[in-house]
Design a protein around this ligand. Structure first.
Ligand SMILES: [Zn+2]
Length: 262
C-alpha cells in the first residue's frame, strides 16, 4: 500500500512538472497525431509521456545510439493508448529494445503436419511473452508516427499487445472496465475475426491488415492500428468493431485523425 501510494505520488509530481521544451519540439515534429488533439488531451499525453520516460528503460540494439528523439517519439505514441483511462503505465513492461531498422530473428515456422522449418525472418517489432520487453525497429516507429493515416503503426501494435496480455491471457481482449462491455466484446470480436479470416483466404481486399487473421491477439493489435490510423474508414466499414474500441479506449480518433481519403 505504501509503495502504491509512493508510486502514485511520484507520478502525479512528474505529470505536474513542466514538460521539457526540447521534448515537446520532437513530439510536434515527429508525432503527427499530436497536432490534432485538443489542449486537454495534449496536456494529458505529455504528462503520461513524462511518467513513461521516467519509469521505462530504453536500450539501443544493433549499434543504435539512443537519443531523446528515439525515446520521446516512441513514448508519446505508446501513451496515446493510455488517454482517458485509469492506467498503471503498462505495468509489466521494463525495457524497450530499439533496433535501427528491421531486424532478423531465428524462428521455427510451421509448414504442414509435423514439418517445421528453421529460418530467419524480418521483424519490425515484437512483445515478449512475459511482457517485460518490447522490441521495435526505429525506422518503422518513426515512419509510423509521421504518417498517421496509412493504417500501420508498429508502436501502437506492440503496445496493444501489452494491453491485451495485461490480464494474463493473449486472447485479443484487454481488461474491460464494465460488465456491459464484457458481454458485448467477445461476440463482436469473434464475428469480425472470422470475417477477416474468410477475406484472407479468398483474397478479398480488406481495410484491416490480414496479419490480424493469424489469431485473436493479432486481430486486436491490427484493429487498434486501424482504429487510430484509419478511424473514418473503420467506423464506416466495421461500425461494431469501431464502437467496441471506442468504448474501451474512451476516445474517438475520428475527431483528431489526419486520415485522408485513400
Ligand atoms: Zn503482433
Amino acid at each position: 500500500m505504501f509503495f502504491r501510494s509512493l508510486k502514485g505520488w511520484r507520478r502525479r509530481r512528474l505529470r505536474s512538472e513542466s514538460f521539457p521544451e526540447t521534448w515537446l519540439t520532437i513530439i510536434k515534429r515527429n508525432v503527427r497525431f499530436f497536432r490534432g488533439l485538443g489542449a486537454a488531451d495534449q496536456a494529458e499525453l505529455l504528462g503520461h509521456t513524462r511518467v513513461f520516460l521516467a519509469e521505462k528503460r530504453f536500450e539501443g540494439c544493433g549499434g543504435l545510439e539512443l537519443t531523446d528523439e528515439i525515446r520521446v517519439t516512441i513514448a508519446a505514441q505508446a501513451c496515446l493508448l493510455l488517454l482517458h483511462r485509469q492506467t498503471d503505465y503498462f505495468p509489466h513492461l521494463l525495457t524497450i529494445l530499439v533496433y535501427p531498422s528491421t531486424y532478423m530473428v531465428e524462428e521455427e515456422r510451421h509448414l504442414e503436419g509435423p514439418i517445421w522449418e528453421q529460418g530467419r525472418s524480418a521483424r519490425l517489432g515484437e512483445t515478449g511473452r512475459k511482457l517485460g520487453t518490447v522490441v521495435l525497429a526505429w525506422d518503422a516507429a518513426k515512419s509510423g508516427a509521421a504518417d498517421p493515416g496509412d493504417g500501420k503503426n508498429v508502436v501502437l501494435h506492440e503496445f496493444a499487445h501489452q494491453l491485451d496480455y495485461e490480464n494474463g491471457a493473449e486472447d485479443g481482449a484487454p481488461e474491460l472496465a464494465t460488465r456491459e462491455q464484457q458481454l458485448s466484446w467477445p461476440g463482436v470480436m469473434r464475428i469480425e475475426f472470422a470475417s477477416l479470416r474468410a477475406a484472407d483466404e479468398t483474397g478479398v481486399p480488406t481495410l484491416l491488415d490480414t496479419y490480424g487473421a493469424t489469431n485473436p491477439a493479432e486481430f486486436f493489435a491490427v484493429s487498434v492500428e486501424a482504429f487510430f490510423e484509419r478511424p473514418r474508414a473503420l467506423r464506416a466499414r466495421h461500425p461494431k468493431l469501431y464502437s467496441e474500441l471506442q468504448r474501451y479506449f474512451r476516445q474517438d480518433p475520428v475527431a483528431f485523425s489526419a486520415e485522408t481519403a485513400r
